[in-house]
Design a protein around this ligand. Sequence first.
Ligand SMILES: *Cc1c(COP(=O)(O)O)cnc(C)c1O
Length: 370
Amino acid sequence: MKVPFLDLPLQYRSIQAEVEPAVCEVLRSGRYVLGPEVAAFETEFAAYVGTKFAIAVNTGTSALQLAILAAGLKPGDEVITVPHTFTATVAAILYTNAKPVFVDIDSETFTMDPSQIEAAITPKTKAIVPVHLYGQSADMDPILEIAKRRGLTVIEDAAQAHGASYKGRNCGSMGKLGCFSFYPGKNLGACGEGGAVTTDDAEAARLVRMLRDWGCEKKYHHELHGFNYRMDGIQGAILRIKLRRLHAWTEARRRHAATYDRLLGEAGLPIPRVPPHNRHVYHIYPYRTPNRDRVIQQLKVREIESGIHYPIPVHLQPAYAMLGYQAGQFPVSERIANEELSLPMFPELTDEQTRGVCEAVIEIEKNGSK
Ligand SMILES: *Cc1c(COP(=O)(O)O)cnc(C)c1O
């Protein structure tokens, strides 16, 4: 049975009849950059996340960069985050000339271990960037408590967590600022690049809005050293249509994850731990195995695709050697990087496919242990 890791054209066919006229309408309107479709998407996405404001930008990376700038960070200020994330989290901090400082992750949830934060705080620390990795919220209450007590700003990397929540609060609404990506493969994906910053803070929203558009509030009056990080009108129109389907798509992901949990769990294989207060939206379904290479290889023989998120923690990437970290400093992140295997996950998977993936994984693991 053929099971792709992700099938974007399949999803596109389900919305094609609505998307194509909407895109043609933008083409005819001439409103190619920002414009009414992007403005309407911002209103609708803010309502979805439950914040007063959402500011649409060109990528999730830009969302992070502008959120950090809007939080008032200066060059040399330190930002605490995790090494087990997509590299963009760390790159965005460096784009602002702030300094990323790592703490390890929790071995069960793969998100920031709050018990390690205090020891990483220095007089230069200004912000904490927890990552809601794989679609599951970081343990926000202790993070928010430490931040409040130590006067730090919390900026959520919610690039993988559209619709996820923690104790009933939505990811992207708990920190001062939330950052989302609409890269095509994300749970809410544009037909191209996109991102957004969410916040309840009117001044932060004003700063992000100015920074994405050359630092202007009034055209050609440049008050801030800004950027060209605007969202395309076409992406706004497409994202509005997809946002209306996001809840149903998320429910489908959660159903597939429940099948994986049940069948793998019944076979005695490890399943991801999700604390009961977390609503996980399964951007990724992480399966852990010490036999990763063999499992990937044998899934491939059965035409089942899988992924690794991510094979090298950021502190061990050559590009970030200048941060001065060594192997062994973040043992949990390093172990997960060696053991994590992402099973196929997208809303349009069939029950037959998810069952087939489980049967294949169980068979491969059983044979290997003989
Ligand atoms: C995708 C992603 C980003 C960056 O978003 P882009 O839209 O690709 O720039 C940042 N952080 C995490 C955790 C991501 O998964």
